[in-house]
Design a protein around this ligand. Structure first.
Ligand code: GUN
Length: 299
């Protein structure tokens, strides 16, 4: 069991422009380490299965980081790798086996999947009670209905925590989300427009058919960039003092670049996430939190 000092603990971020995602994720991991220890005292070791299909280098790195976080927290994990040419049937058969394994409380099938496999079919096949990604239609539906008994997708859940723990008020805020994907954009909008704590925002989603994205961006109190276009958000698109969250991971000439022109936008923003070191560590922390929640449920 790691000691709480294993994790980097956030200092008081409230006066800093650059949001310390690693530090805030460290706080959450520390909280989860305590919950894992409690579960173990009661004879339950949380277990998480990772499934990767093919050899996509980015997916390998992401899943590797998630595995490492499990090891640090004392969560049991196992890795399943299928060949790029694996059939949908083979993947469904593996998921059925993992669903039936009582040692496993969570199952994560890393996206993207090869084109010949339907992601919708695969995410519907994962037991909704082991769906620590929050991608199963039952959990998507619960999120839309404001039913907190489901699992929420890790990246938008991490952004909610990042905002809350950096003292950014969402109540009544104009939030503009760039991107309408199922992993970030759509669930992010659903979470922030919910009635309740760390929500109650007025949300706009912009996408490839939006007219005049710039004018939407300029009125945002909180701007969340998750469109996958390197350096798309420029300084003249940001309201002075706004909070800017960069979810983008774009490979440009062997370097990882976000969706936000960080150097320029940090001069204007009230708060901004670095990239790397902003949203990425929060995704992993929320995956650990969902896994602990899965292991804690009685069903
Ligand atoms: N690919 C990019 N983000 C995610 C995520 O949060 N979960 C899974 N399973 N795949 C991803």
């Amino acid at each position: 069991m790691p000691s709480p000092t294993t994790f980097i603990i956030a200092q008081d971020n409230s006066r800093n422009v650059v949001v310390d995602g690693r530090g805030i994720a460290g706080q959450i991991l520390c909280e989860q380490a305590g919950r894992v220890a409690e579960l173990k005292k009661n004879g339950v070791t949380p277990g998480l299965a990772f499934v990767r299909v093919g050899e996509d280098p980015a997916s390998k790195v992401y899943v590797g980081r998630k595995e490492k976080a499990c090891a640090e927290l004392g969560i049991f994990s196992e890795m399943h790798v299928l060949a790029e040419q694996a059939t949908e049937g083979e993947l469904l058969a593996l998921i059925a086996k993992l669903n039936a394994n009582p040692r496993l409380h969570g199952i994560l099938v890393q996206a993207p999947l090869p084109k010949h496999i339907s992601e919708a079919k695969i995410y519907s096949a994962v037991s909704p009670y082991k769906d620590v990604d929050g991608f199963h239609p039952l959990n998507v539906g619960k999120l839309m209905l404001g039913d907190s008994t489901g699992f929420c997708p890790c990246t938008p859940a991490g952004i909610v925590q990042l905002l809350a723990r950096s003292n950014v008020t969402t109540e009544g805020a104009e939030v503009v989300i760039l991107g309408r994907g199922n992993i970030v954009g759509k669930p992010m909008a659903a979470m922030l427009c919910q009635k309740g704590k760390n929500a109650n925002a007025t949300v706009t989603i912009c996408h490839s058919a939006t007219r005049d994205i710039q004018s939407h961006c300029r009125r945002a109190d909180i701007l969340i960039a998750a469109m996958g276009v390197a350096n798309f958000v420029r300084a003249d698109m940001v309201k002075p003092g706004a909070t800017v969250i960069d979810v983008g991971v774009n490979r440009v000439g062997g370097k990882i670049v976000g969706d936000v022109d960080f150097a320029a936008v940090r001069q204007i923003a009230g708060k901004i996430t670095p990239n790397p070191g902003g949203v990425g560590p929060m995704t992993i922390a929320m995956l650990m939190s969902n896994t602990v929640a899965a292991a804690s449920q009685k069903n």
